[in-house]
Design a protein around this ligand. Structure first.
Ligand SMILES: C[S@@+](CC[C@H](N)C(=O)[O-])C[C@H]1O[C@@H](n2cnc3c(N)ncnc32)[C@H](O)[C@@H]1O
Length: 265
């Protein structure tokens, strides 16, 4: 499996994500936040906040007496997030693997929306979140599920196995570290959480054009979709993937995701 890199993001991908995520991650995120049942005055941590759209929404829920902090390791995404000005809302460049800048028992709630499947290590981020949550604090996760990946990724993997792309070992294989519901349950329990809810959700994703699908994947993966290829091969790879996609149409549009809500006892 290629390592997920935090070095492939660009200004353009970050700006595209800000627009593209409105229809997918933001909508799914609002459903996740409904599970988290955030109330006014609460202090909430958004881990992997991206460009901050969902965090801004949560800031409107906690109101002026509440606080929302969004962290993300990608400075270009945090730059966009910082354009938002909402009382009690702030952003920082930080990684889920190290939340040491936050105090123990600092937050009432935390969430990771479309982030967990990007984390190579699941244990450390969960331990870190556990530490900064208050007793009784809630964590909500929406994650991609193993075995039900985007059909575009199957097409990408087939193309990457062909020359000249197959010279780049790191471009082979899936681009994220998805989990099964049982794996997620076990990670949460191991970190000390109790599980309030954990279920598979089906989602319909009517696909756009092949170009739009590739653009979505490049922006959402912060460049990992094709980032392991040399820059000069990426356009050719996009063209080859589009040709393969045209043969594979219509694509399966029902996707699954895992929703989990866990409590720090
Ligand atoms: C698909 S985006 C989701 C962004 C946002 N949560 C939303 O709902 O729009 C995935 C995000 O995970 C972030 N991410 C990747 N690795 C991370 C890590 N180790 N710690 C925190 N966030 C990470 C990425 O930088 C990216 O912004």
């Amino acid at each position: 499996m290629p390592p997920v890199s935090l070095d492939f993001d660009t200004k353009q991908l970050a700006e595209e994500y800000e627009k593209i995520s409105v229809e997918r991650q933001f909508r799914a995120g609002k459903r996740l936040i409904a599970e988290l049942a955030v109330s006014r005055g609460e202090s909430v941590l958004d881990v992997g906040a991206g460009t901050g759209l969902l965090a801004e929404y949560v800031a409107s829920l906690v109101g002026p007496t509440g606080r929302v902090v969004g962290i993300d390791p990608l400075p270009l995404r945090i730059e966009i997030a910082n354009r938002r000005s909402h009382s009690g809302l702030s952003f920082k460049v930080a990684n889920a693997n190290d939340l040491s800048e936050f105090r123990e028992n600092e937050f009432d709630a935390a969430y990771m929306n479309a982030v967990f499947h990007w984390l190579p290590d699941k244990r450390i981020p969960l331990q870190q979140i556990f530490r900064v949550l208050k007793g009784g604090g809630r964590l909500a996760i929406m994650s991609g599920v193993k075995g039900n990946s985007n059909p575009l990724h199957g097409v990408r993997e087939r193309v990457m196995k062909r020359p000249p792309y197959n010279r780049y070992q790191q471009a082979l294989g899936p681009v994220a570290y998805r989990v099964t519901p049982d794996e997620l349950r076990n990670f949460l329990i191991e970190a000390g959480f109790t599980i309030a809810r954990l279920e598979l959700r089906q989602r319909e994703h009517p696909e756009g054009s092949p170009e739009a699908m590739i653009q979505f994947s490049e922006a959402s993966s912060f460049g990992n979709f094709l980032g392991h290829l040399p820059v000069e091969l990426r356009e050719a790879a996009r063209t080859d993937i589009k040709l393969e996609l045209a043969k594979a149409l219509p694509l399966q549009t029902v996707r699954q995701g895992i929703i989990a809500v866990a409590i720090k006892p």
